[in-house]
Structure formats: structure tokens, C-alpha cells
Design a binder for this molecule. Structure first.
Ligand code: HEC
Length: 167
């Protein structure tokens, strides 16, 4: 009996460490969200690893470094979408957002949505296909942890999980 409990416990521990999933819900109505002009959408696309990005701010260089090898030619075209009801908070960079999924970095060529939400005021992250499949990974570029590390690590750029600025 004791052994069974031990096995059950270690299985549970394994399941917890291997668990990957979005910390924020899929924004099913994302197609009707507001498209923003930002530094990145001005550049237009995330390039491949051969691009010279040395003139860009460090956070953008790091973003390119993290994602440039996901596919030949780089991730490609992007857009930034913001839930209409939080558009004012995005524009003012208040750093305060209502709970729920609030912002999307849409990797258009890859048909993937990088989603930032808030839970109890804290920024949380997830990755979905355009039709809602949760593809948030346990480690690497598609892990919520990776998003959080960058989105909270550059104080000059990111506020409340929001890194870009409306242009
Ligand atoms: C190495 C840094 C870095 C990593 C890692 C990163 N991001 Fe970002 N992210 C940025 C930068 C910089 C911008 C702003 C780009 C712009 O619009 O100028 C951004 C923009 C966004 C936006 C649009 C709203 C905003 O914050 O401006 C969302 C949503 C987003 N990222 C989600 C994610 C998710 C989800 C992940 C993880 C799967 C992730 N990001 C990983 C740097 C990063």
C-alpha cells in the first residue's frame, strides 16, 4: 500500500513538471481585436538569424535571437492585436489591465498567436494556433516562462507585461 502511494506521488510530481499549457484563455474573438502600429509592426516581420539587428534596442535583438531559427527565413510577418476594451490601457502604457486575455502578437506567416493576459493583475502567457489549439510548451521559445522572463526583464520597455508602444 505504502509503495502504491509513493508511486502515485511520483507520477503526480512528474505530471506537474511536464505540464505545459497556456496560463491565459484562448481569445476566441481575436479576429475582431484592434490592430496596433508599433516598433515591431513598423519593421513588419521577425527576420531570420542572418539579419543585422545591431542597431535595434537590446530587447528586440534578444527577440530576434530567440525566434529567428523557428523556420527557414525566420518567423515572418507580425501584427499586434489588442482587445478593444483595453485599448486605452495599451495606448497609455498604464501597466494596468483587467483580468483575462488582453494582447496578441500574431505571427501571421506561422498562423500562431502569442497571447498575454492578466490574472489577479499579474501578467500571464500562452501560445495558440489561430483556431485555438494550445501549443504552449514546457521549455524553449514557446514556454510561458520564456515569455515572462523577457516581458519582465526589460524595465525600460515593458510595463505590466506590455513591451510595445503604440506609434
Ligand atoms: C526576448 C524577448 C521576448 C520574448 C522571449 C517574448 N517576447 Fe513578446 N514581445 C517582445 C517585444 C520587444 C515586443 C514588442 C514588439 C513591438 O510591438 O514593438 C513583444 C510583444 C508582444 C505582444 C504584443 C503586446 C506587447 O507586449 O507589446 C504579445 C502579446 C507578446 N509579445 C506575447 C509574448 C508571448 C506569449 C511570448 C512567449 C511565447 C513572448 N511574447 C516572448 C519581446 C519578447
Amino acid at each position: 500500500m505504502k509503495r502504491l502511494i509513493l508511486i502515485t506521488l511520483s507520477l503526480l510530481a512528474l505530471a506537474t513538471t511536464a505540464f505545459a499549457g497556456s496560463a491565459t484563455p484562448f481569445p476566441a474573438d481575436w479576429k475582431s481585436w484592434t490592430s496596433m502600429n508599433t516598433t515591431l509592426t513598423g519593421i513588419g516581420a521577425l527576420p531570420d538569424c542572418s539579419a543585422d539587428v545591431s542597431k535595434l534596442p537590446p530587447i528586440y535583438q534578444k527577440t530576434v535571437e530567440t525566434y529567428c531559427s523557428v523556420k527557414p527565413g525566420g518567423p515572418g510577418k507580425v501584427s499586434v492585436l489588442v482587445k478593444p476594451s483595453v485599448g486605452g490601457d495599451y495606448a497609455s502604457r498604464s501597466g494596468k489591465f483587467a483580468d483575462g486575455s488582453n494582447m496578441i502578437l500574431h505571427l501571421k506567416d506561422m498562423k500562431v498567436l502569442f497571447v498575454t493576459g492578466h490574472k489577479g493583475g499579474k501578467d500571464v502567457y500562452g501560445v495558440f494556433t489561430e483556431d485555438g489549439k494550445d501549443i504552449t510548451a514546457a521549455s524553449g521559445g514557446l514556454a510561458a516562462e520564456t515569455c515572462a522572463t523577457c516581458h519582465s526583464g526589460y524595465q525600460a520597455f515593458c510595463k505590466g507585461g506590455q513591451c510595445g508602444t503604440k506609434k
